[in-house]
Design a protein around this ligand. Structure first.
Ligand SMILES: *Cc1c(COP(=O)(O)O)cnc(C)c1O
Length: 464
């Protein structure tokens, strides 16, 4: 490495440290408007280059007011995890090493790290050893990939090779899901040529759980190709479909059960939460995220299936996965991508740095913080907690004269909290009602972070 490159990287360490050190004081949300960011970052296409150091300095300065403090312990928006220090380091090295992770031949160490991390993940999540595991961008692509494997399997059972013939002329596939499934399921069905209108919906209960009593009625007596999409961790309430019971019913008919467990699958690491995922290991495929609750930097989702041969047949490039012995993983056999970032390094690092005990503690700590939010905010006058806080999600509604006024007051409080900057959380809608949604998914959130955030929300709610 020449001296210039070393200087550049050392300078970046300075910028990164300053950002991380500043997080506790910095407003959690961004302060710049889109216009201001365009003004700071835009301009003519550069004709001549500039010095690396200058470009990086200017980039860091220009984006700072537009950065969301997602790695702050007081960020509770959407369901977004932070980034463990060990995984930031591993992620930096991932860029430095710049491995192309499609093929063993191009990235042998990453392939082995993925194999090791995959086995550890299965053990952590309580899923059968020997499942196929692929590292994708996020749960959207994990759901897409899991459902691509499902599509292959159910059509193969009906005597149709979808990889050869596509869907034109194929037997019809029925796809069933709960009313409160995540939007990424509908999107995956669009990408798979099945279309979102294919979905047959099962009513959900007040917490968003697929109603097991209504499932047989929706399924009827037809025994054709069937895929049922279940959910472990509703994005609003954190609730779980009864996946084990669903598997019993669906497998009886030769159907495939997919689980969207973007964050909820991680309940399996905790003795006190494990009951929520009872029977989840009997499903056929699962999608989850490492960039949410495992707190690795973006991006990393994980697709898992219990049928490795079907999985490789649906995704793989035939010639390549046949060449090697079992020790040489070609990652592209398990994911839609060909060339891809080496996502195994951060996952491997997070699991080693925290250990099983540390991961369990992190998940349980987030859930404890969520309960504190629910108890503290729920005790305020004119505040209702709309969900059973079984996991890390809390739905808060601020009550006014009628429903419309409550919606408006809740929205105004969410916006005021966002611009106050002490913490950041998002609004959502639950069963037609506007809510403030608090998601505790960050490794670093402390009791003081929760206390400060409750104090800010309480102060703002009193004024609106
Ligand atoms: C976040 C989430 C997704 C989408 O995950 P990405 O990582 O954003 O692709 C899917 N399902 C559920 C339940 C989620 O919470």
């Amino acid at each position: 490495m020449n001296g210039e490159t070393r200087k550049l990287l050392e300078h970046v360490v300075e910028i990164a440290s300053e950002f991380l050190d500043g997080l506790p004081e910095r407003p959690v949300g961004p302060s710049a408007t889109a216009e201001q960011l365009h003004a700071a970052l835009g301009g003519e296409l550069p004709q001549e280059g500039s010095s690396d150091l200058e470009v990086i300095d200017e980039l860091a300065a220009a984006v700072e007011p537009g950065l969301m403090g997602t790695t702050s312990g007081r960020f509770f928006g959407f369901v977004i995890g932070g980034a463990l220090p060990s995984t930031i380091a591993a992620d930096w090295l991932t860029s430095v090493w710049d491995q192309n992770s499609g093929l063993y031949a191009a990235a042998p160490a990453e392939a082995v790290v993925e194999d090791v991390a995959a086995a550890w993940l299965l053990e952590l999540l309580g899923l059968p050893p020997g499942c196929a595991v692929g590292f994708v961008t996020g749960a959207q692509m994990a759901n897409f990939t899991g459902l691509a494997v499902a599509r292959h399997h159910v059509l193969e059972s009906a005597g149709w090779d979808v990889e050869a013939h596509g869907l034109q002329g194929a037997p019809k596939i029925r796809v069933v899901a709960g009313e409160e499934r995540h939007a990424t399921i509908d999107r995956a069905l669009r990408f798979l040529g099945l279309g979102r209108d294919t979905l047959e919906l099962v009513p959900a209960d007040d917490q968003g759980r697929l109603s097991i009593d209504a499932l047989p009625g929706v399924l009827g007596y037809d025994d054709g190709p069937l895929i049922v999409c279940t959910q472990a961790g509703n994005v609003n309430t954190g609730s779980f479909d009864p996946v084990g019971e669903i598997c019993d019913i669906v497998h009886e008919r030769g159907g495939w059960v997919h689980v969207d467990g973007a964050f909820g699958l991680w309940a399996a690491v905790s003795e006190e939460l494990r009951h929520l995922v009872t029977g989840v290991e009997r499903a056929d495929s699962w999608g989850t995220d490492a960039h949410k609750w495992l707190n690795v930097p973006y991006d990393c989702g994980i697709v898992i299936s219990a049928h490795p041969e079907t999985h490789a047949a649906a995704l793989g490039v035939r010639a390549s996965y046949l060449i090697h012995s079992g020790m040489e993983r070609d990652a592209m056999s398990w994911v839609p991508e060909f060339s891809r970032r080496a996502r195994g390094f951060t996952v491997y690092t997070a699991i080693k740095a925290l250990g099983r005990i540390g991961i369990t503690a992190m998940v349980e700590r987030c859930c404890k913080h969520a309960r504190t939010f629910a108890v503290s905010l729920g005790s305020l006058p004119d505040v209702e907690i709309l969900n059973d806080v079984v996991l890390n999600q809390v739905l808060v509604r601020f009550i006014a004269a009628d429903d419309a006024a409550s919606d408006a007051r809740t929205k105004a409080i969410v916006e005021a909290v966002q611009s106050d900057g002490t913490c950041w959380l998002s609004g959502s809608t639950w069963k037609g009602k506007g809510v403030m949604r608090i998601s505790v998914s960050n490794w670093s959130t402390s009791d003081e972070d929760v206390e400060m955030s409750v104090e800010a929300i309480t102060r703002i709610a009193a004024s609106i």
